[in-house]
Design a binder for this molecule. Structure first.
Ligand code: GLN
Length: 543
């Protein structure tokens, strides 16, 4: 059986539980253990696909097409491996399985109860995920914070697992220690309460990862030790840092890996941290900036963190920029502002490259199309991702091919030129409102055309990339587009779907129907992002 590390949150959310989970998994992997990471989301949504990214953060898509929480993206980036769909569950998905099993007489006439049947299904899923990964150690992140109703059944599952195999289960509490400005002193009390809340569920943390703006001092470590019942050496100081990829190194400085292995009674195998450490050291020294603008619509929605809505895009830009020794400066540009005042488009010249990311619906669409036109005409390196590629097609149709009011049928179903249209199998999904988990999702093959920028970037004929969309380029217009100079550089061979478009006489103008950002890794930037940033560096100087 795999050993398990449950990572829970205390005091408040948003303090880096996902990155802590990823980092723990990574430092154990670097010692030669087979490690996998699982995310438990307490939402009743069956998957993350139906959640608004401005509130919940990006919807990350796995190779096998699961729409999951952005933390799964962190696991992939820190572990440099693909995470399968079994490694993500929500309250909704767990209940759905239990209810379906009940409907199939799977409980053989017994009463089906919240306890124990829901925790037992959680345990079954954790076991399935760790077996599939053949994991020595499975790190499980339980969303939310201890003490709230939503995750109680997951904590109950962990309690049962601990009862059955006490030596194979470890609990980590990622907590937050505030420094109230009127006091100016770091307070441990909220963390003490969080540990009490955890105790009330029958669990005792083995470790506290003490998040704060500054490092934890010895008196506070001692206080936590005494009141939270945890050895001092298992209280890990985790101050704020700018650069998340440094966190595994910081954890190792606090000897977290050694302590975990001690508790599991496992012998540390080789420690292969060299490449990561060198990468961290190299990035820390980078000073020269590169200015990238992201044109989106998610800006006037109120209080939320934009960085979370586009996290994979941002990380992919960083990986690529660091590869070329540049520090990315990313700016959010409001598409709607270009609709109200097209003169503002001029601000795009202040950036070395522009990205139009994925999206849905009509808000901000005309502004994005204008921004794309501006990049095309002013030779600003441009990368269009999914909706960004579709809108680049619309722009080309309208302004180069003179197809007046050409559009995607997502926004204008009765356009005379439906250059982007819904995929036939999606019509029935839309009509019958079967909208959850039914997009074109996950990895599909794409065949590249030799001599194109895309081919030069990948240096391969067949590639595979991850998708999440219902609409596609309408092949009826392909010939007309190609005649006018649009290059179709990537096509899905099974269904003849256009996957990449580009322009020849432009420093870099590429649009992808897929989301390349899902496959970018810190030590291995995505080829298209890499070439986009390269073009941005060499073709334009910042103002
Ligand atoms: N709304 C578009 C579609 O469904 C694009 C989706 C996206 O950008 N991920 O096809």
């Amino acid at each position: 059986m795999s050993k398990y590390i449950f990572v829970c949150g205390g005091v408040m959310s948003g303090v880096g539980k996902g990155v802590a989970t990823s980092s723990i998994a990574q430092i154990l992997k670097s010692r030669g253990f087979r490690v996998t990471a699982v995310k438990i989301d307490p939402y009743v949504n069956v998957d993350a696909g139906t959640m608004n990214p401005t509130e919940h953060g990006e919807v990350f898509v796995t190779e096998d097409g699961m729409e999951c929480d952005q933390d799964v993206g962190n696991y992939e980036r820190f572990l440099s491996e693909n995470i399968p769909r079994e490694n993500y569950m929500t309250t909704g998905s767990v209940y759905q399985t239990v209810i379906e099993r009940e409907r199939n007489l799977g409980y053989e006439g017994n009463q089906v109860q919240v306890v124990p049947h829901i925790p037992l299904e959680v345990i079954r899923r954790l076991d399935r995920a760790s077996r599939k990964a053949k994991a020595d150690i499975t790190v499980v992140e339980i969303g939310g914070t201890v003490g709230e109703y939503e995750n109680i059944l997951f904590l109950e599952a962990a309690r049962i697992m601990h009862l059955q195999n006490p030596n194979d289960i470890i609990f980590v509490l990622v907590s937050y220690l505030p420094i109230p400005s009127m006091i100016g002193e770091m307070k441990t009390k909220p963390t003490q309460h969080a540990v009490r809340a955890m105790n009330a569920t029958g669990l005792q943390p083995n470790f506290i990862i003490a998040r704060s703006s500054v490092p934890l001092d010895t008196p506070r470590k001692r206080k936590l030790m005494l009141y939270c019942n945890i050895p001092e050496k298992n209280i890990i100081s985790a101050p704020d840092i700018k650069f998340i990829y440094e966190i595994p190194t910081n954890f190792e400085k606090e000897r977290l890996g050694d302590r975990i292995l001690e508790l599991f009674d496992l012998k540390s195998k080789r420690r292969d941290f060299g490449a990561w450490d060198r990468f961290v050291t190299r990035v820390r020294k980078i000073r020269k900036p590169i200015k990238i603008g992201i044109v989106g619509k998610y800006f006037g929605t109120g209080a939320f963190t934009l960085a979370d809505s586009y996290i994979s895009v941002i990380e992919a830009v960083k990986h690529a920029a660091w590869h070329w020794g540049r520090m990315p400066e990313i700016s959010w540009l409001d598409a709607e502002a270009y609709e109200k005042n097209p003169r503002r488009l001029k601000e795009l010249t202040a950036y070395q490259g522009i990205i139009v990311p994925g999206g849905f619906g009509s808000r901000g669409v005309e502004g994005k199309i204008r921004a794309i036109e501006f990049c095309r005409k002013n030779r600003i390196p441009f990368l269009g991702l999914c909706y960004g590629m579709q809108l680049a097609t619309v722009e080309f149709a309208r302004n180069v091919c003179q197809m007046k009011n050409a559009h995607t049928t997502e926004v204008n179903p009765s356009t005379k030129y439906p250059v982007i249209h819904v995929m036939p199998e999606q019509l029935v999904n839309i009509r019958e409102k079967r909208l959850g988990g039914s997009m074109r999702l996950g990895a599909y093959t794409c065949e590249l055309k030799r001599g194109t920028k895309s081919y030069e970037a990948y240096r391969a004929r067949l590639i595979s990339e991850r998708h999440r969309h219902r609409y596609e380029l309408n092949n009826d217009y392909r010939e007309a587009f190609e005649k006018k100079g649009l290059v179709v550089s990537g096509v899905n061979p099974e269904r003849n779907l256009v996957e990449i478009i580009e322009l020849k006489d432009h420093p870099f103008f590429v649009g992808t129907q897929f989301h390349p950002e899902f496959k970018s890794r810190p030590l291995n930037p995505h080829p298209l992002y890499r070439e986009f940033v390269k073009a941005a560096i060499s073709k334009r100087k910042p103002r």
